[in-house]
Ligand binder design. Structure first.
Ligand code: ZN
Length: 703
């Protein structure tokens, strides 16, 4: 048995090959372990084929040595190498087109002089691996497709039951889908224990299918390592994309080394992670403290607003020694943003600002926030993390239905998709026809939208009867609170898609600052980028974990417009304890509303989300509703709740549904609304945020 033999099966040392005066290989050394697939990656003309020919005895080396299984074989003849169990599957396949598939396969054992019965059993083995070849065994090889010819070439090499299989450019000239199939077979062979030296221009494919790899350029090994690591190496990735330029010297260097015309294909980035590198909460807290110290100093030194604000509170950057010192810092609010319009909180010189985004100003001036390149890069990185947490992979097609332009939404969703390496379909909001067309034609797997747009699309897909023609798996929706029943409805109409709530606001980069995890009971947030506090909105004192209050955020690495204890007005709570999904990133509940959405009705504080929840528990109701608040002539508050009947629910049930809603609200919220149950589809649908609370009680004229 070989299990104690740690000698590689193939060991090449300092190999040189000349063709006349021209030198093709310059001292190449490499090793292939038993049962291992090793990739040799290089551009056209790098010397890959020369190396294979030297191993196979087709091109005699001018120096160096080739050792197979401990035996020196340098300069052996091709027949001797075949007899030693080395089989070459050549580039361009070199098929005898007039022979049938079966005849071509049998050529693989011709030199080995095996018996008739043995040939048949090897044929059967190859046909098991390549069922397509069995169907075509009597067909002339010239009539096969390129992919099938490649299978014949591989099958012919396997007929020899090689100890070492040399595969030269198996994907050359094949369409991506066929290439998938060929590489799947290579992976199967690896699992079956065949030792393979795989030569490829297609670096991404070769690295994905191999354990370790060598990079060959101009006849020399210029890099080597484990394939997983090479695949994620930033310099190599630039090189695969051929991005060499004056601005990009690293890539140019690789370009000069002859690596930049390696065949381009999107690398397999499934192994890439955007999660934080730390494993413990202590490490996280240490990073937070470092970020907090940096932020306070940076804001104090870079921003006139923050210097004055901190001076007024009697705090200097030196006062921040522990995370508890966060409590000593003064709050900032949306009013501070508006007062500093158009560049509030700016803490870097203008020449470092590369972008602005703005949010719609529902009251007063809009909020404008500025970004440095690092801010943009950080945002892109953690947005990719959000996709990663939702299980989106580089193979997904992400259709984006949020607004592009000055808003953060489109830019954020787009950048995250590209960072992850998935395919972005940037449609924007509205345009339901185009969305439906792309869902069918492009088979998009992920839709990013507001909850309202999600519902609109779900109903449209249902109405058009295209649910079984689309391939949607996940919906990532944000920027708006959504009811449980709305989520359920969207998921059902789309035939069971998974929904992920993604929070975000312009002040804090934009969307993607956390996401609902696949266990669907919480939102993990990126505590390595910001600290989240939950405070009592009245007293501004911290609340214990688990209690609902106002979310207050402090950024840890934001440069252009840092936030220090910024009051978001969003209502949520910290969920204590670890998540079942295994992530160590802390979590909060889905947003329950905003302090400004909360309304008082006859001295009771009511969040629209409480109404959501109640309505979603009454069977027979739709997901749309409106709350109208008015005041009668005796100055008493009046609430009219307009709710849609569910789709297909009989009008005869209207009164009964109304009574049930009144009963439940009275029971749970201790207030009595008037209820009007309207027919399904009667309330307006929008592709943006739906307005739900219409409060016309305040009639004082604004001076
Ligand atoms: Zn989780």
């Amino acid at each position: 048995m070989n299990q104690h033999n740690i000698e590689p099966l193939l060991k090449i040392s300092n190999l040189t090959v000349h063709y006349g005066a021209a030198q093709a290989l310059f001292g190449v050394s490499l090793a292939v372990g038993r049962g291992e697939t090793v990739a040799l990656v290089g551009a056209n003309g790098a010397g890959k084929s020369s190396l294979l020919k030297a191993i196979m005895g087709l091109a005699p080396p001018s120096g160096g040595s080739i050792v197979l299984d401990g035996e020196e074989v340098t300069g052996s003849t091709p027949a001797a190498m075949a007899a030693r169990g080395v089989a070459l599957c050549p580039e361009g396949r070199e098929m005898f087109g007039d022979l049938t598939v079966k005849e071509n396969l049998e050529l693989g054992v011709l030199a080995l002089k095996v018996g008739r019965g043995e040939v048949q059993s090897r044929l059967d083995e190859v046909f098991t691996r390549f069922p397509k070849l069995k169907e075509r065994s009597k067909q002339r090889t010239a009539t096969l497709s390129g992919g099938e010819q490649q299978m014949v070439a591989m099958g012919r090499a396997l007929m020899a039951r090689p100890r070492l299989l040399l595969l030269d450019e198996p994907s050359l000239g094949l369409a991506p889908l066929i290439t998938d199939e060929i590489f799947e077979i290579i992976k199967q062979l690896t699992r079956a224990g065949v030792t393979i030296l795989l030569v490829e221009q297609n670096a991404a494919r070769a690295l994905t299918a191999s354990r370790s790899a060598y990079l060959l350029a101009n006849g020399q090994i210029v890099g080597q390592g484990l394939s997983d690591k090479l695949l994620l190496d930033p310099e190599l990735r630039r090189a695969f994309l051929g991005a060499g330029s004056g601005d990009n010297p690293a890539a140019s260097r690789l370009g000069a080394a002859g690596l930049t015309n390696i065949r381009l294909e999107k690398p397999d980035m499934r192994k890439q992670t955007f999660m934080p590198p730390f494993k413990t909460t202590d490490e996280l807290l240490a990073q937070q403290l470092q970020g907090l110290k940096w932020t306070v100093r940076h804001a104090y030194e870079g921003s006139g607003f923050y210097r004055a604000h901190l001076d007024a509170a009697g705090i200097t950057p030196e006062d921040i020694r522990s995370l508890d010192d966060l409590r000593r810092l003064p709050f900032t609010t949306a009013d501070d943003l508006r007062d500093g319009y158009p560049f509030p909180f700016r803490a870097v010189p203008f020449e470092q600002i590369v972008r602005i985004h703005a949010s719609s100003g529902t009251t007063g001036k809009r909020k404008i926030l500025c970004y440095t390149q690092k801010d943009v890069d950080d945002w892109r990185h953690f947005f990719a993390r959000a996709y990663e947490m939702a299980g989106v992979t580089p193979l997904d097609r992400v259709q984006i239905a949020v607004g592009y332009g000055v808003w953060t939404a489109g830019a954020g969703f787009q950048a995250g998709v590209e960072k992850l390496g998935a395919l972005a379909v940037p449609v924007g909001p509205g345009n339901v026809d185009l969305h439906c067309e792309f869902l069918v034609d492009l088979q998009s797997t992920v839709l990013c939208c507001t909850a309202s747009m999600g519902l609109l699309m779900a109903e449209e897909v249902h109405k058009r009867g295209i649910a079984d023609k689309i391939n949607l798996k996940k919906i990532i929706y944000g920027s708006e609170r959504s009811s449980v029943s709305m989520r359920r409805k969207i998921s059902e109409l789309f035939g069971g898609v998974e929904l992920f709530d993604i929070p975000g606001m312009t002040e804090l980069y934009g969307p993607g600052t956390g996401i609902e995890c696949p266990d669907h009971d919480c939102i993990h947030y990126w505590a390595d980028y910001y600290i989240l506090e939950i405070l009592d909105p009245e007293t501004l004192q911290p609340l214990p974990d688990g209690e609902w209050g106002e979310m207050v955020v402090t950024t840890l690495s934001k440069e252009a417009a840092p936030l220090i204890r910024y009051r978001t007005r969003d209502i949520t709570r910290i969920i204590p304890g670890p998540c079942t999904c295994g992530s160590i990133l802390p979590r909060h509940s889905r947003l329950r509303g905003r302090t400004d959405d909360m309304f008082k009705f006859r001295a009771v504080n009511i969040y629209p989300s409480s109404i959501d929840k109640i309505l979603s528990e009454v069977p027979g109701l739709g997901s749309e509703y409106q709350i109208h608040l008015t005041r009668d002539d005796r100055e008493r508050d009046h609430m009219l709740l307009k709710v849609e009947r569910g789709e297909g629910v009989e009008p005869g049930r209207t009164d009964e549904l109304g009574r049930e809603i009144i009963y439940t609200i009275k029971h749970k919220l201790l207030v009595t609304p008037e209820v009007e149950v309207v027919e399904y589809g009667a309330l307006p649908r929008t592709d943006r945020k739906s307005k739900r609370v219409f409060d016309s009680r305040i009639t004082d004229s604004v001076v």
